[in-house]
Design a protein around this ligand. Structure first.
Ligand SMILES: [Zn+2]
Ligand SMILES: [Zn+2]
Length: 305
């Protein structure tokens, strides 16, 4: 979608069938690719990915690689494999890489992955800079990063950086994995930047009662509403963790009501791209269909014997 000099392409996302928030931005004199990675949920409903998901992942990776070719700047917001692929270092060849600090504000697992990633990259990128809390200028395009904010509701999974891209009155923010946003630090960046368009990782409702609480959902919904009311946001795009829940839109009903009242377009990556939500992981049980039922019956029979 092109607005003024700003073109935003959601390349891969959970609404489009894979775990990812890969986004390409073309803004006047700079092409930027955020989080060039794509993955699949290893187990969902006790099932491994359906072939349709594997195919979709291949397509999305191909598209990421294609978009990377014309990108000047590549951004990695944190070191989970749905946001970067350390075994495809060539993607970064001759590019400027703005990446999450590999040693500060990071948990043990991401620290290990960051070190491996940077080792794999070697001298391939033109330049590597640590992003946390910093601002970079490319022609007239400014890229500003939040300080490291928690990955979700606490720091157990480490930290991420939120990204703001600005050229004149065009402003876009990609939140990375905030799973909400439910924390004040995550929200503050959005309230301060006041972008026209936000790509946001929504509440992790599919883990409700397990790794996500009703309270976190309530706070996230209130925060999204607050952003809609207090800023001049035009398009609020929610995806990633939220789109792993088949009933995602029921869970954020209040947000839909406010969006209508405030004339904000609320959509998913797929909808932003003018496509249908396919949500393959959330639909995995249906995709495997009869095959699963047959398998389970067989198991039961086996147990009886
Ligand atoms: Zn993550
Ligand atoms: Zn993620």
């Amino acid at each position: 979608m092109v607005v003024d000099n700003l073109k935003i392409v959601p390349i891969a996302g959970d609404s489009m069938g894979t775990r990812s928030m890969a986004t390409f931005i073309s803004i006047k004199d700079c092409n930027i690719l955020i989080d060039p990675g794509v993955a699949l949920g290893p187990y969902r409903y006790g099932l491994s990915p359906h072939p349709l998901e594997n195919n979709r992942m291949k397509e999305h990776w191909k598209s990421i690689k294609q978009h990377a070719k014309s990108a000047h700047v590549l951004i990695v917001t944190h070191y989970h494999y749905d946001h970067h692929d350390p075994d495809e270092p060539k993607v970064y060849k001759n590019k400027t890489l703005l990446t999450k600090h590999p040693k500060k504000n990071i948990n043990k697992s991401q620290k290990k992955r960051a070190s491996y990633f940077l080792e794999q990259l070697g001298e391939l990128p033109k330049k590597i800079e640590y992003s946390d809390g910093n601002e970079f200028l490319f022609g007239k395009t400014k890229i500003r990063f939040s300080k490291a904010v928690p990955h979700g509701t606490n720091t157990k999974l480490g930290y991420v950086t939120e990204v703001c891209i600005q050229e004149g009155r065009n402003k876009f923010v990609h939140t990375s994995d905030v799973q909400g946003p439910s924390l004040e630090d995550q929200v503050q960046f959005l309230l301060e930047e006041r972008p026209r368009i936000i790509f946001c990782d929504g509440p992790m409702t599919y883990m409700m009662g397990f790794r996500y609480s009703k309270k976190s959902l309530e706070i996230s919904v209130d925060n999204i509403i607050r952003i809609m009311k207090e800023t001049k946001i035009e398009k609020f795009v929610l995806d990633h963790h939220l789109l792993r829940d088949l009933k995602w839109n029921e869970k954020i009903e209040k947000v839909y009501k406010t969006a209508k009242k405030e004339k904000v377009k609320l959509m998913t990556f797929a909808e932003f791209a003018g496509e249908e939500n396919v949500m393959l992981e959330a639909r995995r049980k249906d995709l495997w269909g009869d095959k699963v039922k047959r398998k389970r019956k067989k198991k039961k029979k086996g147990r009886q014997n």
